[in-house]
Design a protein around this ligand. Structure first.
Ligand SMILES: *Cc1c(COP(=O)(O)O)cnc(C)c1O
Length: 374
């Protein structure tokens, strides 16, 4: 049996499937040469807003900029504290530091890889002004609890939805899309994300018109109209060509999600019986769009040996994330968060994408089983 080389994310095969439509869409943009803030950008913002039921969608250069724009719009002052999970991607903390804000790291629930309100409570002080909730690996954090907790204390909630676009979360008994619940939310269209462009891209979401206006201004040099600059801004815009690609891919987002959920279910069925593997636990209040399928091993040794074994069988795997953020040199704090530490030593993300065949999934599962002699 010959299989194509297994990838963490197979963007080549996905492109081959969609190439007719995507080439046509890019070509339309080339013909009209409206490369900056062209029609495809407005179309995409409108369609994505409709898809997620978000009143306002402001596209921008990438997911990191989106976080920065959100923080700038909230008018936080230098030295204000913002609570962030210590187990997440670096972008959240990077922008805090760039804006002179102080990250306050919180631990996470080991089952869901995300904090709940007890972890936030443990580090909260009244000088905290906002929290960044990261919907890690593809499911929504417990947003109803977060919103109640934050509203009682007058904190802003920023949702980092870069990994969970399309996930739905129960709020007031109703399903809402993640990224439409917090005060301001952000996402990334980095190629490997569930809704990925062919280069960088990002967006900011809010239901508040004033914030929306402000974010739009900041993302475009702080201008209210051409050459009129009322506030300090940046240059962070989604390319029209990227929007043209995303307009095609958005039509398939539901299918992409179903394809990822299918892979996850097959992994579950195969790996559940291996006692030293914890398969991803689902949060009752959220659906899961499986940006990552992340297993937890019983210790660092087993995890590292499994990864080496998989590699020897041509199966890639990635450790998201190998180090608590407070241990990174640039963001060091002398603290120790138990669950974060343990997860950094024991997580392993397996290949998952929209093009995976049964044969590939079976091969990966059989290889893992053979490693554990089951
Ligand atoms: C990818 C990602 C980002 C950053 O997005 P870029 O578009 O690469 O800047 C931010 N937060 C999380 C959780 C991410 O996964």
């Amino acid at each position: 049996m010959t299989l194509p080389k297994i990838q963490m994310v197979d963007l080549q095969r996905q492109y081959q499937r969609l190439s007719c439509e995507i080439d046509k869409s890019i070509n339309g943009c080339l013909q009209s040469a409206d490369f900056i803030q062209g029609k495809a950008v407005r179309d995409f913002e409108q369609k994505l807003g409709q898809y997620l039921s978000s009143k306002h969608v402001i596209s921008c250069g990438n997911g990191t900029d989106a976080l920065m724009l959100a923080l700038m719009a909230l008018n936080l002052q230098k030295g204000d504290k913002v609570i962030v999970p210590a187990f997440t991607y670096i972008a959240c903390v990077e922008v805090l530091k760039l804006l002179g804000l102080k990250p306050v790291y919180c631990d996470v629930d080991e089952r869901y890889f995300m904090p709940d309100t007890t972890h936030i409570d443990a580090v909260y002080t009244p000088d905290c002004k906002a929290i960044i909730v990261v919907h890690l690996y593809g499911q929504s954090a417990k947003m109803e609890e977060f919103m109640n907790w934050a509203n009682e204390r007058n904190l802003f909630v920023i949702e980092d939805n870069a990994q969970a676009i399309g996930a739905q979360c129960v709020i007031d008994g109703q399903l809402k899309y993640s990224g439409t619940i917090g005060h301001i939310s952000t996402t990334s269209f980095f190629p490997s994300k569930n809704l990925g462009a062919y280069g960088d891209g990002g967006a900011v979401f809010t239901q508040n018109e004033n914030w929306a206006k402000k974010i739009k201004m900041i993302a475009n040099h702080g201008q209210s109209s051409k050459y009129i600059h009322d506030i300090i801004g940046v240059n962070s815009r989604l390319d029209t060509i990227q929007a043209a690609i995303l307009n095609v891919k958005l039509k398939y987002l539901k299918d992409f999600t179903v394809a990822r959920q299918y892979v996850a279910k097959k992994y579950d069925d195969n790996l559940n019986s291996i006692s030293v593997i914890q398969v991803p636990k689902r949060i009752a209040s959220s659906t899961h769009v499986f940006h990552q399928y992340t297993i937890v091993l019983d210790n660092e040794d087993t995890r590292n040996q499994l990864q080496i074994f998989l590699k020897s069988k041509n199966i890639p795997s990635v450790i998201y994330y190998p180090m608590p953020i407070y241990r990174q040199k640039a963001y060091f704090q002398d603290i120790f968060l138990e669950n974060t530490e343990r997860l950094c030593q024991s997580v392993l993300s397996l290949p998952i994408h929209t093009e995976m065949s049964d044969g590939e999934i079976d091969y990966i599962c059989d290889t893992i089983k053979s490693f554990f002699n089951v």
